[in-house]
Design a binder for this molecule. Structure first.
Ligand code: 5GP
Ligand code: MN
Length: 338
């Protein structure tokens, strides 16, 4: 495990009360919110003024973690968020590594010359932070936040609240401890989180088993009616248009997880989920094994992420985006056969 760069300097900086802003990526997921709120719950009792600011709204199944009520959702609190970012003495950048990933928030973060702290596990980090803890092999940013706390000598200060947030990050980014990066170290950290008093059964249910009826029906519909298989490429795709989103009264986060279902089919190595969010077409990619969806997404859909999980964006129509996806698939035929 690498050390946070300039760790001693950062420790010294944090030895006085500071105005701190914690940011994470657009469409925050469990790791983004879990990491941010874990750090928030650690820093606040030390006397710092801490604000978590995210660039967009996030799913209800994440809106219960300790400190959630205090989160600033930038588009809903623009002026206040801008003021906090402008006045910050230190800005944490969690679970992303390019300022373009945080939309307009990035402009304001970049405009403040204060030092930034990057804690992240995505590929190809940009060079904008003074303090960096970056490890692609990490299961989650939450795992790295735990490492950071340990490097600060604060492992024994992990309260139940902090542990709960970290557990959400690890649980969601490992897909429930299934992905290859779920190391022995991750399990040791989780053991410590359990010792700190988390209710892992309740957390699991709150995050994964808190659907409303329409959301479950949307999943069923997506699988029975919308799943398209490309046997020549060991690939599958599910798309949802605006009308379908309306019919199922889809709210932010309701489609989270659909992309994983095609990978339950033996022999499918690559799954795509394409959805018409009004602002743009959003794509999610997942793979099993060696197929690099990060590269795929970077090349054709202005995106990025990890080897086995990435996302992207398209300004074309849904139909054009699906057509493009199908057009580029053959280029990867050899890479998808294993
Ligand atoms: P999801 O499909 O769950 O939205 O995202 C999967 C992974 O890809 C996450 O690690 C996320 O941070 C990353 N990701 C999602 N969308 C984008 C995007 O538009 N650009 C980049 N660079 N990464 C993305
Ligand atoms: Mn993550």
């Amino acid at each position: 495990m690498p050390l946070m760069s300039h760790l001693e300097e950062l420790k010294e900086f944090l030895s006085q009360p500071r105005r701190i802003v914690i940011t994470s990526h657009t469409n925050p997921d469990g790791d983004a919110m879990g990491s941010s709120l874990a750090l928030y719950n650690y820093l606040l009792p030390l006397g710092h003024k801490v604000s978590v600011i995210v660039p967009s709204n996030y799913p209800d199944f994440l809106k219960w973690m300790p400190g959630d009520q205090k989160v600033y959702i930038y588009p809903y609190q623009v002026t206040e968020s801008q003021r906090l970012i402008g006045e910050a003495e230190l800005i944490f950048c969690l679970d992303y590594n390019a300022l373009s990933r945080i939309g307009d928030v990035g402009t304001h973060v970049a405009a403040n010359p204060c030092p930034k702290v990057l804690i992240d596990h995505h590929l190809f980090p940009e060079d904008f932070a003074r303090y960096v803890l970056h490890l692609v092999e990490a299961s989650s940013t939450a795992e790295l936040v735990y490492e950071f706390l340990e490097q600060l000598g604060a492992a024994d200060k992990v309260t139940t609240d902090i542990a709960t947030c970290l557990y959400v990050g690890i649980l969601t980014d490992t897909g429930g401890f299934q992905y290859p990066n779920t190391s022995a170290r991750v399990h040791r950290i989780v053991a410590h989180l359990m010792d700190a008093g988390i209710d892992h059964n309740k957390i699991y249910r709150d995050v994964f088993n808190s659907f409303n009826e329409m959301r479950l029906r949307l999943f069923g519909y997506s699988i029975t009616e919308k799943l398209k298989i490309y046997p020549d490429y060991k690939a599958a795709m599910i798309s949802l248009n605006k009308e379908e989103l309306q019919r199922f009264q889809v709210r932010s986060g309701d489609t989270e997880g659909i992309v994983n279902y095609p990978l339950k089919i033996q022999g499918i190595n690559f799954a795509a989920f394409i959805v018409d969010r009004t602002e743009a077409i959003k794509l999610s990619f997942r793979s099993v094994g060696q197929f690099d969806v990060n590269q795929f997404s970077r090349k054709y859909f202005n995106g990025g992420g990890h080897i086995n999980a990435a996302g992207g964006i398209s300004k074309d129509t849904l139909e054009q985006t699906i057509a493009k996806f199908e057009q580029v698939l053959p280029e990867f035929k050899d890479q998808l056969h294993y």
